[in-house]
Design a protein around this ligand. Structure first.
Ligand code: SAH
Ligand code: SF4
Length: 338
């Protein structure tokens, strides 16, 4: 919710100091999104707050249930829509895959969100509320949160960081920073800024191609932030943070999945022990790209392993309800598409 506005209303009314913490805790810790249920407040205050403040900004349009995932379509106050995914395959901790923008301006050729174009950034409340919603639904605040839904989080830097601070606040939701991951298509200024924040969150870079020409073809952002500069900043990142850095590599049939590509990739990673490659099977969407065969993927993985690259093959969940990586997409009149 708009924390500053709440503070101001309480101050203007001359409410005692503890009132703020009381309400803040009710929303972010007890996940009560309706002031009328905060019976420890006076009726008058409850009415004023209900009029002035929106403790939960998302309207639930549809909930689709898959085998191991839920996909929710949320309508925002201005009528735009986003999708958020809850993954339940990990019994230890569930993972919420959240969106940071409506659409995405980067237009990667293989991604359904990219095809939508860019509509707007989400504000920090809209980002936070995606997490609060699932925590409430699941009655579980110990979640992993990954910025791997719609949009490019590092192009909405301030709101994403503000949302992370709110989620992490030990007086409120108290989500551990280590359970948060940000994925970026390679926005270099954002990566540099993030690395100076000294936060213990996880960073992943969507690499998807081991050479400049091909990467520019499938990820136009490579024109602005080249692979060469990106790898230089990636090295700087691990040196400065001493943390593992993840690279996502979506295998596209006949494009980036051959022996030559694996060799180029190995060279690119330059034996940096803190680099970790996550291979992702392509989830078919309405693009010309197709998923590589399991055999090809296994071969590609073996080649990397042979060269001592840290590599994991990531299984994609939620394909049956178009909730897997790269399949999130909405229309202006708030329908799921694709
Ligand atoms: N914009 C950020 C955050 C979104 S993460 C980024 O691109 O990193 C979405 C991830 O899904 C990215 O790693 C992207 O490369 C991958 N992806 C996109 N389309 C996909 C598809 N159809 N199948 C599998 N992965 C896909
Ligand atoms: Fe945007 Fe990421 Fe999709 Fe590329 S892969 S279009 S950066 S959401």
């Amino acid at each position: 919710m708009d924390i500053e506005k709440l503070k101001k209303i309480l101050e203007d009314r001359g409410e005692p100091k503890y009132r703020f913490s009381q309400i803040y805790k009710a929303v972010f810790f007890d996940l009560i999104f309706d002031f009328s249920q905060m019976t420890n407040l006076s009726k008058e205050l409850r009415e004023i707050l209900s009029k002035e403040i929106t403790p939960f900004s998302l309207k639930i349009k549809t909930i689709q249930k898959g085998k191991e995932v839920d996909k929710d379509l949320f309508e925002l106050e201005d009528g735009n829509c986003i999708e958020t995914v809850l993954m339940k395959h990990n019994y230890d901790r569930k993972t919420v895959c959240i969106s940071s923008q409506v659409g995405c301006p980067l237009g990667c050729k293989f991604c359904a969100t990219g095809k939508m174009g860019f509509i707007r950034n989400l504000d920090s409340q809209e980002i936070v509320d995606q997490v609060l919603f699932f925590a409430k639904e699941e009655k579980d605040k110990k979640l992993n949160v990954v910025f791997m839904g719609m949009g490019e989080p590092l192009l909405n830097y301030d709101n994403v960081l503000q949302a992370i601070r709110v989620l992490n606040d030990k007086n409120g939701f108290n989500l551990s920073i280590r359970s948060i991951s940000i994925s970026t298509a390679g926005i270099i200024p954002g990566i540099k800024k993030l690395m100076n924040e000294n936060l213990q969150l996880n960073l992943a870079i969507s690499l998807n191609s081991p050479n400049e020409k091909q990467r520019t073809e499938i990820m136009p952002v490579n024109q602005q932030y080249s692979l060469k500069e990106l790898m230089a900043v990636a090295k700087e990142y691990v040196k400065k943070t001493n943390k593992k850095l993840f690279f996502e590599y979506v295998l596209l049939d006949g494009i980036n999945d051959d022996l030559e590509s694996s060799k180029q990739l190995i060279k690119l990673l330059d034996k940096e022990p803190l680099f970790h490659i996550n291979l992702i099977r392509y989830n078919n969407t309405s693009t010309q790209f197709r998923s590589s065969s399991i055999k090809t993927i296994e071969k590609f993985k073996k080649e990397l392993e042979k060269n001592n690259i840290n590599v994991t093959l990531r299984y994609s969940f939620g394909k049956e309800i178009k909730a897997a990586c790269g399949q999130l997409s909405t229309t202006s009149n708030c329908f799921n598409v694709d």
